[in-house]
Design a protein around this ligand. Structure first.
Ligand code: NAI
Length: 232
């Protein structure tokens, strides 16, 4: 299939398409129109058509989208039809929570090992992934063909570890440390910051409240104005 460069905005939406299509398959739905998918996903049908047209348009006029085909194609585009070997640096609360989440394996992300500097953690095993000392990092990456490293360590330690990861050949960093990493162009970083997401939520809920209060004030002043008018 011929592929044009896909915008970041479209790529950011792909996991959501993938999740909904996976659910549709579980429900036994074989095909779906852009309108029905739009109702389900609460985005416009034209957005769906535009997004999916990026990949050569999987839909057919009058037929809609073949759910399984679309699901498989999106999996290929996102690379979740392949196996990715992953390590976690920092086996504290967050690192262990990630290691304990079984669903990543179903998406092809295999957690091969974890690394920490705390001697009390070293040697423990979390869902099959052993916690090792960071001195073993480089050798482990090469021996286990590791492509992705999750960074769940304090932000002050993250740049140094990131440099070591890059030097050892890591091409993707899933960064949970609250710092912006500087890496070469051929290394990709995906920042995941729950607090930033929470701040965006805070902004939205505050704007809704402010808007509600503004409307109430306008309504009140309107009613007060009417009252004055009536008295005159
Ligand atoms: P934690 O203190 O439970 O775990 C951190 C672990 O990193 C510890 O086990 C520690 O021994 C280890 N560590 C420290 N320096 C290291 C190094 N140089 N190499 C390898 N391991 C090292 O902390 P928690 O709660 O798991 O959080 C980890 C990091 O993730 C923190 O920086 C926190 O701010 C961040 N965080 C980010 C979130 C996000 O949404 N991005 C959400 C929660 C935490």
């Amino acid at each position: 299939m011929e592929q044009k460069p896909i915008s970041k905005a479209v790529i950011a939406r792909l996991p959501r398409y993938y999740r909904h299509l996976g659910e549709l398959m579980e429900e036994g739905v074989e095909r779906i129109s852009s309108n029905d998918l739009s109702l389900r996903m609460k985005v416009t049908a034209s957005q769906i058509r535009q997004d999916l047209n990026n990949f050569g348009g999987f839909g057919q006029q009058g037929y809609g989208y073949n759910v399984k085909y679309l699901y498989t194609e999106i999996a290929k585009i996102m690379g979740v039809d392949r196996q990715h070997n992953l390590i976690i640096i920092g086996a504290g609360n967050l690192g262990q929570a990630i290691a304990n989440y079984a669903n990543f394996e179903r998406r092809g992300f295999l957690i091969k090992g974890m690394f920490d500097i705390n001697p009390r953690l070293i040697g423990r095993v979390v869902r099959g992934a052993e916690i090792m000392g960071v001195e073993n990092l480089e050798k482990f990456i090469v021996d286990h063909d590791v492509q992705i490293a999750a960074l769940t360590i304090p932000k002050t330690k993250a740049p140094e570890i990131a440099d070591r990861l890059v030097a050892a050949g890591i091409k993707a960093i899933w960064n949970f440390a609250h710092t912006d990493l500087v890496v070469p162009d051929d290394v990709v970083v995906e920042n995941v910051h729950l607090s930033e997401s929470l701040m965006r939520l805070s902004y939205r809920v505050c704007s809704m409240q402010d808007e509600k209060e503004r409307r109430e004030k306008v309504q009140e002043s309107g009613m007060a104005g009417k009252g004055k008018g009536e008295r005159r």
